[in-house]
Design a protein around this ligand. Structure first.
Ligand code: NDP
Length: 407
C-alpha cells in the first residue's frame, strides 16, 4: 500500500483485521515514520499481522520500481494522492504488479480530473495480464457498485441516477476538510458538470443546489458537483438519461471557502515569496503554491476524529424500468458514524468510508473474484461479493424501494 494518510490508516486496520486473506503486507509512503506509526497503532489494537514499512517517493517511477522489485507485491493499493496514479501504474507495468486506487489522475498544475489518462493504459495492462481496479473508495467506489447491483438485480433499464453524499458530522473546528485539503478544495471550486440526454451540461461552481432529505439526518442543502464516477457510469450504463452528483455543505464551510478563494489562497500556480532562512542568516526567494501552503496550516484531516460527532450518509437514488417492465425507484445507501469509525481505527468517517472499500476491493482481487486483465472501473466487476463484504466490514447498506427520490 502506498500512502500513510487517513484513508491508508483505515485500509491498513481493515487489512490487519482480515489476515486470513492478506498474508503479507507492506506500507510505503513519503515518510516512513508515518507508516511505522500506523503499524504501531495496529499492533497496539491487538492485531498480529506482520507489516513491513518503507520510504518511497511515488512521483519517482525508478524509486517505485526498485521497491516493487525488492518486495514483489502481487497488488499495489494506491492511497497516496491522485497526482501519483500514473507513476504508480507505470511502475506496476514494469514490475508485473496489479493495481488499485480510489481517485482518478489529476495533473498537479491543472485542477481537472478525468479517466482518459488512466484508460489509456488499458491495452498495456491487458497485454501484461495485469488487473487495474480504478476508483475503489466510497464515491467513486461503493456508489458505482451500488449502481451495478441495482442494474443486476432490480432494473432492466436505469434511466435517472443521482448520487447523494451527505456529511452531517460536526468536528467542532471553524473550517477543516475531511480528506486531503488540497484535493478537496480543487474538487469543490471546479465548475459543476452533469450528464443529460447524451451530453455533458456545465454549471458554475456550486450553482445548483436543493434540500435533500437523508435517512436518520433530515433535510440538508445539497450542491451539484462534477464527480468522476459519473464519467464511467454513463458509458457502462448507456440507458442512463441523466446522471448527477450531489454533496452537502454547511453555510459556515461555504463562507470560509468563499473567503479562501477571494483572497487567492485556493490558487494552484506558484507565487514568489521572500522567506527568512531558518538560521537567521538572511532571506531567500522561494516559490510557494498558495493552496499547498493553506494545507499546511489547516487542521490535518487525520486529527479530526477525536471530537467528531454525527454521521455520513451516501447513496444512489435511481429511477428506471424494473424487471417487471414498470417504472420503479430505488435508494440504496450507507450511514456511517464518525465516532464508531474513530473508535475502531482512530480516523473519522470520511477516511473510514474510503479505506474500507479500498480493502474490500483488494480482497476481491486477492480472492480471485475481481481479476480481469486490463484497466477497469469497479462497476465492471460482479457487485455481489463486494456488497456482501460491505455488510461484514463495517459499512452496511439499506434499501428503499419505490420511495420518493425528491429528484
Ligand atoms: P492524505 O493527504 O491524508 O494522505 C495521502 C498520503 O500520501 C500521505 O501519507 C502522503 O504522505 C502520501 N503521499 C503524498 N505524496 C506522496 C508521494 N509523492 N510519495 C509517497 N507518498 C506520498 O489523503 P487521504 O488519506 O485523505 O486521501 C488519500 C486518497 O484517497 C486521495 O487520493 C484522495 O483523493 C482519495 N479519496 C477518495 C475518496 C473516495 O471516496 N473515492 C474519498 C476521500 C479521499 P505524507 O503523509 O508525508 O503527507
Amino acid at each position: 500500500m502506498i500512502g500513510a494518510g487517513g484513508v491508508a490508516t483505515v485500509a491498513a486496520f481493515k487489512i490487519a483485521q482480515n489476515a486470513d486473506v492478506f498474508t503479507e503486507f507492506m506500507i510505503a509512503s513519503r515518510r516512513k515514520a508515518k507508516c511505522d506509526k500506523i503499524v504501531e497503532d495496529i499492533h497496539k489494537a491487538g492485531y498480529k499481522l506482520d507489516i513491513k514499512t518503507a520510504q518511497v517517493d511515488a512521483d519517482d517511477v525508478e524509486q517505485l520500481k526498485a521497491l516493487f522489485n525488492d518486495y514483489k507485491p502481487e497488488l499495489v493499493i494506491n492511497l497516496a494522492l491522485p497526482y501519483q496514479d500514473l507513476t504508480i501504474m507505470d511502475a506496476c507495468l514494469a514490475c508485473g504488479c496489479n493495481y488499485l486506487d480510489t481517485a482518478n489522475y489529476e495533473p498537479k498544475d491543472e485542477a481537472h480530473f478525468e479517466y482518459s489518462w488512466q484508460w489509456a493504459y488499458r491495452e498495456r495492462f491487458e497485454k501484461a495480464g495485469l488487473t487495474a481496479i480504478l476508483g475503489c473508495g466510497f464515491d467513486p467506489g461503493v456508489t458505482s457498485i451500488y449502481t451495478a447491483y441495482a442494474a443486476k438485480h432490480h432494473f432492466k433499464e436505469i434511466q435517472y441516477l443521482d448520487i447523494v453524499d451527505c456529511n452531517a458530522g460536526d468536528h467542532h473546528k471553524a473550517f477543516a476538510t475531511n480528506f486531503n485539503p488540497e484535493i478537496n478544495i480543487r474538487e469543490i471550486t471546479q465548475k459543476g458538470l452533469y450528464w443529460e440526454d447524451g451530453k455533458w451540461v456545465e454549471t458554475e461552481p456550486l450553482e445548483i443546489h436543493k434540500d435533500l432529505t437523508y435517512p436518520e439526518i433530515g433535510p440538508k442543502d445539497s450542491y451539484l458537483l462534477h464527480h468522476e464516477e459519473i464519467e464511467s457510469l454513463v458509458i457502462n450504463y448507456p440507458t442512463i438519461k441523466r446522471a448527477r452528483f450531489w454533496m452537502t455543505f454547511g453555510q459556515q464551510y461555504l463562507k470560509h471557502l468563499e473567503v479562501i478563494q477571494n483572497i487567492g489562497m485556493s490558487r494552484i500556480d506558484e507565487v514568489e515569496y521572500e522567506a527568512p532562512l531558518a538560521d537567521g542568516s538572511g532571506v531567500a526567494r522561494v516559490k510557494i503554491v498558495p493552496l499547498q501552503f493553506l494545507k499546511a496550516v489547516l487542521p490535518n484531516p487525520q486529527d479530526l476524529g477525536e471530537n467528531y460527532e454525527g454521521q455520513t450518509s451516501i447513496g444512489c437514488r435511481i429511477r428506471g424500468i424494473g424487471n417487471d417492465g414498470k417504472e420503479h425507484t430505488y435508494y440504496v445507501y450507507n450511514n456511517c458514524s464518525h465516532r464508531a469509525a474513530y473508535e475502531e481505527t482512530g480516523m473519522q468517517g470520511v477516511s473510514y468510508t474510503t479505506g474500507v472499500p479500498a480493502m474490500i476491493g483488494a480482497m476481491m482481487f486477492c480472492k480471485g473474484l475481481w481479476n480481469t486483465p486490463g484497466v477497469h472501473n469497479v462497476e465492471e466487476f460482479d457487485p455481489d461479493p463486494f456488497m456482501e463484504q460491505l455488510n461484514k466490514q463495517g459499512l452496511p447498506w439499506h434499501e428503499i424501494h419505490d420511495g420518493d427520490l425528491e429528484l
